[in-house]
Design a binder for this molecule. Structure first.
Ligand code: CP
Ligand code: NVA
Length: 302
């Protein structure tokens, strides 16, 4: 029996495998609707959400159906997870019904526990990373700019967030430079900064960070689970908003990304998210195509 393949972080794939998944995604995006129904017939995908989700839930659910698989969505409320059934027991049972588990949770250790059973597990966001989103964002950069290798990509805002941390990992793997503007106290963990080496620079000055960048990227200042800190965070991130004025300091024709949901008027303003640089709606659509390719790859049919 071949070993199951989980997707915990971007480095769960080799660079070649990641590029292969992105190439399959491009083909899937270009193909007519309904043409991939024969890829995963008779299979089932469990989508377990312990935090709110719109894009991730819908794109995995629709994506699984478009591959011919049956998606099953479970929340904490309404499942036995909410009544304290151990994750490892849930994982064992889900593995008897389903061929793949997509899991959004808090601590990364819970994701690892979910992967203790037979079915492969995809990280659909933990407190430590959001690798499917960032893999999809790399696809959007390839699609829009033709390449990512050697580029300067800016990260402005919460450098300690799950999104920022997955971007730090992606910089090393896809060989681009992540130019981060983040206040002291809101930066990636020291070991992740060290692992990124020359692929990461950090400043407290957003104008400095976006210089020569062809991508300007941000995310909310208060991630899910941090709501009690939101006042302190609003104060800490004052001056870190992605605006037209800030983007004018980036490379000419720089694009703007945001994984969404956005808090317009906080980390990004209305004019920028609606403006000519914004690729956020294509970015959201690409979740569907890339995650379909990832599911097909992990299940050995792409
Ligand atoms: N970007 C993202 O993961 O969105 P959702 O929280 O809506 O899934
Ligand atoms: N950093 C955000 C991402 C949401 C998709 C959060 O964790 O809430």
């Amino acid at each position: 029996m071949t070993k199951k393949r989980d997707f915990f972080s971007i480095s769960s794939l080799s660079l070649e495998e990641a590029k292969h998944v992105l190439a399959v995604a491009a083909k899937m995006k270009a193909a007519p609707k309904g043409s991939q129904l024969g890829l995963l017939p008779g299979r089932a995908v469990a989508i377990v959400m312990e935090k709110a989700s719109t894009r991730t839930r819908v794109s995995f659910e629709v994506g699984a159906a478009q591959l011919g698989a049956q998606p099953v969505v479970l929340g904490v409320q309404g499942s036995q997870l909410g009544r304290g059934e151990p994750i490892k027991d849930t994982a064992r049972v889900l593995s008897r019904y389903c061929d793949l588990i997509v899991y959004r949770t808090f601590e990364h250790s819970k994701l690892i526990e979910m992967a203790s059973a037979e079915a492969p597990v995809i990280n659909a966001l933990t407190d430590d990373g959001h690798p499917v989103q960032v893999l999809c964002d790399v696809f959007t950069i390839f699609e829009t700019l033709g390449s990512i290798h050697g580029r300067r990509v800016a990260w402005v805002g919460d450098g300690s967030s799950n999104m920022a941390r997955s971007f730090v990992e992606a910089a090393r793997i896809f060989d681009f430079h992540l130019s981060m503007a983040a206040p002291e106290g809101f930066r990636p963990p020291a070991d992740e900064i060290a692992a990124a080496g020359k692929h990461l620079s950090i400043t407290a000055d957003p104008r400095e960070a976006v210089k020569e960048c062809t991508v300007v990227n941000t995310d909310v200042w208060t991630s899910m689970g941090q709501e009690a800190e939101s006042k302190r965070r609003l104060e800490a991130f004052a001056g870190y908003a992605v605006t037209e004025d800030l983007c004018a300091k980036a490379a000419k024709d720089a694009i703007v990304l945001h994984c969404l949901p956005a808090h317009r008027g906080e980390e990004i303003d209305d004019a920028t998210i609606e403006g000519r640089r914004s690729r956020v709606w294509d970015q959201a659509e690409n979740r569907l195509h890339v995650q379909k390719a990832l599911m097909a790859f992990l299940l050995g049919v792409a």
